[in-house]
Design a binder for this molecule. Structure first.
Ligand SMILES: *Cc1c(COP(=O)(O)O)cnc(C)c1O
Length: 431
């Protein structure tokens, strides 16, 4: 296994940045998510630089659903990012983090009347997913006496090599307006009194480890931009979404570098807009590729059991990291307190949840483990804590952030009280 540059092994212990994971687990307890701020900065800078070097008007919109901690959003806001937000909660967090409304795109295929009113009130751009939504948004804007700037989410009908649950641009997907219908949608938007179409939006899926689908997607959007120029839509941005993958199988998977991504997408984009004589901003919406590798999940071994395979039973399961159970995802695991011991046995890392599928990792060669040992699950920064739950009556764990020599909690541990605080007793149960 090849560790990413912010992780290292020193005297047998796994370090994240300058911090010994054994010390962090001792200080904050386990389970514990730990994020390296510098890694997020590097990931952001490298992508933003690769794109900006090839076109002057580039805006990164961080996909807030990947990791919505306010501290993470603040880091990215400080670097100039806007955000792709999918809910009132994500919108509020992005604004609280200091992101400007004009670089927030309110996405979603099922927005409620409240969502639409909020989008109008906060002056963000909206990615409209249906004609029904268009007329509702127009009415909401009219009743507030405002004009809302919109894009349509286009379904490009593109097959992508990824898990079917995270392919979003298939012809059969619930997202977006089919490419063949979208021109009519723009015509309708042009006729709306309180909506101004200024963008195109697309997102083809997640954990994509090839660049070619992004180039094809961009070509579809350029074709659409040509049609939009004909009907008089003044395009201010073309948003190609996110989806660049992370090499979860370290040393085996290969993820395109930001430069390779830019080399695939930008020639299609720049040639297209030049031919059309327009200069819209290029928007991208990375989530996973910015935060995925920045974070580890530390979990302690409660017990070891020899059965048909050898289980290391740990204190974190799919309540805290749903990806292995939900998508059959692979995450590398490291024995964090004996990281330079020889890997001599095969272990299946099993969580504490009352479900057979609660396995974080299957059949991994690790040093001999015993109760009390510390396991680090790598690349847990995207769709990790963000998808956690309180299933089985388990409070969620804390999240720590490290930067150089500093460490701080960016979220405290939940308590048993947090489990019950939102519950109320029906009157007929009261004595
Ligand atoms: C999830 C999502 C993203 C981010 O996807 P990643 O694979 O994490 O980069 C971007 N845009 C939209 C609309 C999304 O739903």
């Amino acid at each position: 296994m090849i560790l990413p540059p912010h992780l290292s092994i020193r005297d047998g212990h796994l370090f994240i940045g300058e911090h010994d994971t054994v010390d962090l687990a001792g200080r904050f307890g386990t389970p514990l998510y730990v994020t390296d701020e510098n890694r997020i900065r590097e990931n952001y800078r490298r992508l933003a630089d690769a794109l900006s070097a090839r076109y002057p008007k580039v805006q990164v919109l961080y996909a807030a659903k990947a990791n919505g901690n306010l501290a993470i959003l603040r880091i990215l806001a400080g670097m100039g990012a806007g955000a792709d937000v999918f809910s009132a909660g994500e919108l509020d967090l992005a604004l609280q983090a200091g992101m400007r409304p004009e670089v927030l795109l309110f996405n979603g295929s099922s927005k409620s009347p409240r969502d639409l009113a909020l989008a109008v009130a906060t002056d963000v751009r909206v990615s409209v997913d249906s004609l029904d939504e268009l007329s509702q948004l127009n009415a909401a804007a009219a009743s507030a006496g405002k004009t809302v700037e919109i894009a349509f989410r286009v379904n490009p009908a593109i097959e992508v090599p990824t898990h079917p649950k995270i392919a979003t641009g298939l012809a059969t997907s619930k997202f977006g307006i089919p490419a063949g219908q979208v021109l009519d949608a723009y015509r309708e938007a042009l006729a709306c009194s309180n909506v101004r179409p200024v963008g195109i939006h697309c997102h083809i899926g997640s954990q994509i480890l090839e660049v070619e689908p992004f180039a094809r997607e961009t070509a579809v959007l350029i074709d659409l931009a040509r049609d939009l120029a004909d009907i008089g839509v003044p395009l201010e941005f073309i948003d190609i979404g996110g989806g660049l993958g992370v090499p979860y199988r370290r040393g085996i998977d290969r993820a395109p570098t930001p430069e390779e991504y830019a080399d695939a997408v930008m020639p299609v984009f720049t040639a297209g807009v030049k031919e059309l004589g327009i200069e819209p901003a290029l928007w991208v919406e990375p989530g996973r590729s910015l935060v995925g590798d920045s974070t580890i999940l530390l979990t302690r071994v409660n017990s070891v059991k020899e059965a048909h395979r050898t289980f290391a039973n740990v204190d974190a399961g799919f309540n805290l990291l749903a990806r292995p159970a939900m998508y059959d995802s692979y995450h590398e695991v490291v024995a964090a307190n004996r990281a330079d011991s020889p890997a001599e046995r095969e272990y299946t890392i099993a969580g504490p949840i009352c479900e057979t599928g609660d396995l974080l990792a299957k059949d991994r060669k690790l040093p001999a483990l015993s109760a009390g040992d510390l396991i680090a699950v790598l690349d847990a920064g995207a769709y990790g804590f963000a998808m956690s739950s309180q299933y089985n009556g388990r409070p969620r764990c804390p999240e720590a952030l490290v930067r150089d020599g500093d460490v701080a909690l960016m979220r405290r541990a939940e308590t048993i009280d947090d489990l019950i605080t939102t519950m109320t007793t029906p009157a007929w149960q009261e004595e």
